[in-house]
Design a protein around this ligand. Structure first.
Ligand SMILES: C[S@@+](CC[C@H](N)C(=O)[O-])C[C@H]1O[C@@H](n2cnc3c(N)ncnc32)[C@H](O)[C@@H]1O
Length: 293
């Protein structure tokens, strides 16, 4: 682990050395109280900027934050080429903040983007639906708890070059010999749930589920109408939870496919019960009894 960190740091330094040195330095005095940059300025190449924003599927409803925004290229491109309704760049170097504002004016998107001279670790990015990063593995890990706890479920995080340790990406792509990673912020589902499955004829079937969660993966032990079932693979995409399992119901082997939306401590969705000849769709509701995690 130590070796690969060292290797990545050396790689990062080499990238800095190899890249054409940008002329932008601190043209404005640094704000008192703001520390030194945690990582030097190395711009993301334009094709990679496009690829990262495509990977995050940025559109008109998105608020895009770039943490450590350099010359502003990610948020400017998000507004100009992807129609994002708002872009915010957080940058510790005041010279780069000024340059970003000039670049935004030139690109004609000053009304939709803003650049804040702040430390990204102290910034408030809760309104973001997309966060972009080009930092370092160590900084991604440092930022991880803040991303997971402050962003809404379903928000997307895209990182150029660096991963997030044991939080596996939902997708990764290669762009021009570089790697971009995508994570979708999962809802918190861990805890004890109780609820009801309702058949179309009005029959109510109670269930209990004890869910444990690791990022976008979860597993559960469930008790449905007195039968205990193990659900080893629950998938979470933002606030959507889904799983499939087999169960004997009235002596028949059935496939049960669950899709539900989780909003805070409640759950709502469907359970499709399928056998060779028929499908019955039951509605599903649930409440989390315990949120101590
Ligand atoms: C590798 S560059 C990436 C720039 C831009 N995001 C891009 O991809 O082109 C990292 C940027 O983060 C800024 N930075 C470093 N530490 C920071 C901190 N603690 N808070 C805010 N910005 C920081 C640096 O000044 C630099 O501009």
């Amino acid at each position: 682990m130590r070796r690969s960190f060292k290797f990545l740091s050396v790689l990062a330094v080499l990238t800095v050395v190899a890249a054409p040195i940008p002329k932008i330095q601190a043209q404005a005095p640094a704000k008192p109280g703001l520390g030194n940059p945690s990582v030097p300025y190395v711009p993301t190449p334009e094709e990679v900027v496009m690829g990262m924003l495509e990977l995050a599927n940025v559109g008109r409803e998105d608020v895009v934050y770039d943490l450590g925004s350099g010359d502003g290229r990610l948020v400017i491109t998000a507004a100009q080429k992807f129609g994002a309704k708002k872009g915010v760049g957080i940058e510790i170097n005041p010279g780069l903040v000024n340059k970003s504002r000039e670049n935004a004016k030139e690109a004609g998107v000053s009304d939709r983007v803003q650049f804040l001279n702040q430390d990204l670790f102290k910034s408030d990015f809760r309104e973001a639906s997309v966060v972009t990063l080009y930092l370092l593995p160590r900084l991604n890990l440092q930022l991880r708890p803040k991303l997971l706890s402050e962003l809404r479920p379903g928000s997307r995080v895209v990182s150029h070059a660096f991963s997030m340790g044991d939080w596996r990406p939902d997708k990764r792509v290669a762009i021009d010999n570089r790697t971009a990673y995508l994570w979708i912020i999962p809802a918190r589902v861990e805890g004890n749930w109780t609820g009801t499955l309702s058949t179309q004829s009005g029959q109510k079937i109670p269930y209990r589920m004890q869910i444990t969660q690791s990022f976008q993966n979860a597993r559960a032990m469930a008790e449905i109408a007195g039968t205990t079932v193990s659900l080893p693979q629950i998938r979470l995409v933002g606030d959507r939870l889904s799983f499939e399992h087999r169960q004997k119901i009235n002596g028949q082997d059935m496939r049960v496919r669950v899709n539900a939306q989780v909003v805070n401590n409640s759950l709502q969705g469907t359970a499709e019960v399928l056998n060779a000849n028929s499908t019955e769709t039951l509605s599903m509701t649930g409440t989390r009894a315990s949120t101590d995690q």
